[in-house]
Design a protein around this ligand. Structure first.
Ligand code: ADP
Ligand code: MG
Length: 699
């Protein structure tokens, strides 16, 4: 067995289990070892029944005197056992686990952990954790003799049918078998007194005390940030060694001709960022730049100007959006900006491939029925907007000089393959609205140059934001009704159940939609949008909303963060306490796009003062970066930037709010690359980096 051994190949892990493991992203032995506990049950206090206090969490050793199932009138099963540790008897009770009488027999010696209570005047522990003492594990340097009781017991992220008890048992079995394969890649000069990798991995699963946990987390958190900093820095180094290209010719004249036609003047931030990009394009190295700017700060417009400049150099642009709806929206705005200059714009997504309005219906190859797929067969538009489908081989990518990626897509295998197939590396421009403090951005996006649009267009009205407690909900609904009667439109975001669009969150959204349509807004036209709808349906809904055929769009939060419907002036967020401040700010950015006053209503039924205080920040602060920093202080890392789930890197341990650590690891990475840019002298580090590198730039 080694670290890469797939879990399904192990005895005892069948089809069903490996499917469940996959749901937790656990496929190899290594994945399991890097599946860290998120908390511990403290069962480390051993005691005797006589000495223990009511209410205390204790660990006891003793004998089972009797055990039996009791069936209640309501069809429930209780399993009750009498347990005695030699000082006093104690009643143990479990619910709905009748099989326990097969596992635990009279006379068995058990170690149990749980909270001592008094139930019907008898000393009791309800639902104790238990294990048999004679089955307990041998004592070693890193394990206590028991696993599930009598210690700090690790609690893991679980999934249905896969408990912490199971995971804990598996880790304890597998870890000793691979422990000699865990080699520390960090030299002492970087490690400086931190735990070794082996120690930190063993102690995070099987700590003797909380100090062990803390030290392990320090080391593992360091590694996470260090390797990300290293990956992005190394990618940047490699990018700078790409073959040289011919600089673009950009004249003041051309630029001004375009800017003059815009219906507004650029903000000074837009102008500055434009300048940064143009100086990149005039160099003989491909650009690799990130534009960070609030929603509505005008990134798309800047991108359109760049498309024009690239077109002027007889080169084409691919513009990649994260979803079909956004691709469509960009297609519409960008065509409008570019068409007056005679620039052809096309769209290319999974379900739509056409070139402006000159779409042609063709028979889909390989399928008998006539499919309405559109292909840009007649010409090669100068700008093609689309989704990931843009990188398919079918698209003609001749003369592509610029690739724009909207909303920090994962730079995955597809893109790498695509680029490797190119004779010439195009310029890269990435757009993001995620507010990230600079220090953090320098690590997460260390491979990119950073441009920040830190200014909103002047005419932008402040979105009036109110926290709405349960008792004011009806007033809020009345207010929305009044606004809609004047012709405005509203979004209602349904509660965040899950970060990914699970069936559960879709169900919750559907229920809320039905309630609103029937009970609250029966006079108006409502539509529901969520990630599980077909892309055709999503398009339909968005289009009807844009065309004002729908008054209120009820939607889950994961859908379409970049949509732009200027007539929508009200944003309602249900159960707003479940969102981060920066996330709420992003949702709020959907409104306030036209000249009308816009409103954001944050619903919450929670009355806890600290939650109210947190949300109230949105009433006064309209700077996304400030809110992101507040989030960091209040809630900590990954979650805030969406990096945990959907971003480029996954952090299990490291908190991006620890800015000192963020900087420390970046400096360590920098120093290492200065002395050993190819990492030839640090093969272990290089090997580890390779698995991460898939997330950053192409090699
Ligand atoms: P982002 O992509 O950063 O969210 P957009 O480029 O979509 O922002 O711009 C948001 C809206 O503001 C668009 O309707 C756009 O036309 C408008 N806009 C962009 N720049 C300016 C500006 N300098 N002055 C006024 N309006 C602008
Ligand atoms: Mg945008």
């Amino acid at each position: 067995m080694n670290l890469k051994t797939p879990l399904y190949s192990l005895t005892g892990i069948g089809h069903q289990l490996s499917y469940k493991l996959k749901r937790l992203n656990l496929e190899t032995v290594e994945d399991l070892i890097y599946h860290f506990p998120f908390r511990y049950d403290d069962f480390s206090q051993s005691s005797t029944i006589k000495d223990a206090q009511i209410g205390q969490v204790v660990t006891l050793q003793g004998e089972i005197w009797s055990i039996a199932n009791i069936y209640t009138r309501y069809g429930k099963v209780l399993t009750q056992a009498i347990f005695n540790d030699g000082t006093s008897p104690l009643t143990l009770t479990w619910f709905n686990q009748p099989y326990l009488t097969k596992q635990i027999k009279t006379g068995d010696r058990l170690q149990i952990s749980g909270k001592l209570t008094k139930y019907k005047n008898k000393l009791s522990i309800m639902v104790p954790k238990w294990e048999k003492v004679e089955n307990s594990l041998p004592t070693t340097d890193y394990r206590l003799p028991t696993l599930h009781t009598g210690r700090l017991v690790p609690i893991y992220p679980e999934t249905e049918g896969l408990t912490s008890k199971w995971l804990r048992t598996k880790v304890s079995q597998l870890f000793p078998q691979v422990s000699n394969l865990i080699v520390d890649p960090l030299p002492e000069s970087i490690k400086r007194g931190m735990l070794s990798l082996f120690q930190s991995l063993s102690k995070i699963h099987f700590p003797q005390n909380y100090q062990d946990v803390e030290k392990s987390r320090d080391r593992l958190g360091f590694d996470e940030l260090f390797f990300v900093a290293l990956a992005t820095k190394k990618a940047r180094l490699e990018w700078s060694r790409k073959p040289l290209i011919k600089p673009l010719t950009i004249t003041e004249n051309d630029l001004n001709r375009f800017i003059k036609e815009l219906p507004f003047t650029l903000t000074s931030a837009q102008t500055r960022v434009l300048g940064e990009i143009i100086s990149d394009l005039k160099r003989n190295q491909p650009m690799n730049r990130l534009i960070q700017g609030e929603v509505g700060s005008g990134k798309t417009v800047v991108a359109a100007i760049i498309c024009y400049l690239v077109y002027k150099n007889s080169q084409r642009t691919l513009f990649m959006a994260p979803t079909e709806i956004l691709a469509f929206q960009h297609f519409e705005t960008i065509s409008k900006l570019l068409e007056p200059f005679g620039i052809s714009v096309g769209i290319y997504t999974g379900s739509r491939k056409y070139h402006q309005n000159k779409a042609i219906r063709i028979k889909n190859k390989g399928s008998k029925k006539l499919n309405s797929r559109f292909l840009p067969l007649d010409s090669n538009p100068s700008v093609i907007i689309g989704t990931h489908a843009l990188l398919s081989d079918k698209l003609n990518t001749k003369d592509v000089g610029l690739i724009i990626v909207d909303e920090q897509q994962r730079f995955g295998v597809e893109q790498r393959t695509f680029l490797r197939s190119k004779a010439k590396i195009p310029h890269f421009l990435t757009l993001t609205a995620t507010p990230i403090p600079r220090t953090v951005a320098l690590t997460l996006y260390g491979d990119l140059d950073l441009s920040i649009i830190d200014e909103l267009p002047k005419d932008r009205q402040k979105i009036k934001t109110y926290l709405v407690p349960a008792r004011k909900r009806d007033d809020a609904y009345k207010f929305i009704e009044k606004q809609i009667k004047t012709g405005d439109q509203a979004y209602i975001i349904t509660p965040l159940i899950d970060l990914s669009e699970t069936l559960q969150s879709v169900r919750a959204a559907t229920e809320e939609f039905e309630r609103l349509q029937k009970k609250v807004f029966h006079k108006f036209k409502l539509a529901l949008l969520h990630g599980r709808l077909s892309s055709r349906r999503k398009d339909e809904v968005m289009r009807s909303f844009r065309e004002k055929k729908i008054d209120i769009l009820v939607s889950t939060s994961v859908v379409e963060v970049g949509v732009d419907v200027p007539n929508a002036t009200i944003m309602v967020v249900e159960s707003s306490e479940r969102f981060g401040l920066a996330q709420l700010h992003q949702l709020r950015g959907r409104v306030g796009r036209g000249s009308k006053q816009s409103y954001c209503l944050l619903f919450t039924d929670i009355e806890a003062p600290q939650i109210i205080r947190r949300l109230k920040n949105l009433e006064t602060i309209s700077d996304g970066l400030k809110l992101a920093e507040l989030d960091l202080k209040i809630r900590g890392g990954g979650e805030v930037f969406g990096t945990k789930q959907s971003g480029r890197f996954e952090f299990k341990i490291a908190s991006l709010s620890n800015l000192t650590l963020v900087e420390e690891t970046r400096n360590a990475a920098q120093k290492l690359l200065l002395t050993d840019p190819t990492l030839d002298k640090h093969p272990l580090i290089r090997a580890k980096l390779e698995s991460l590198a898939a997330n950053v730039m192409p090699d």
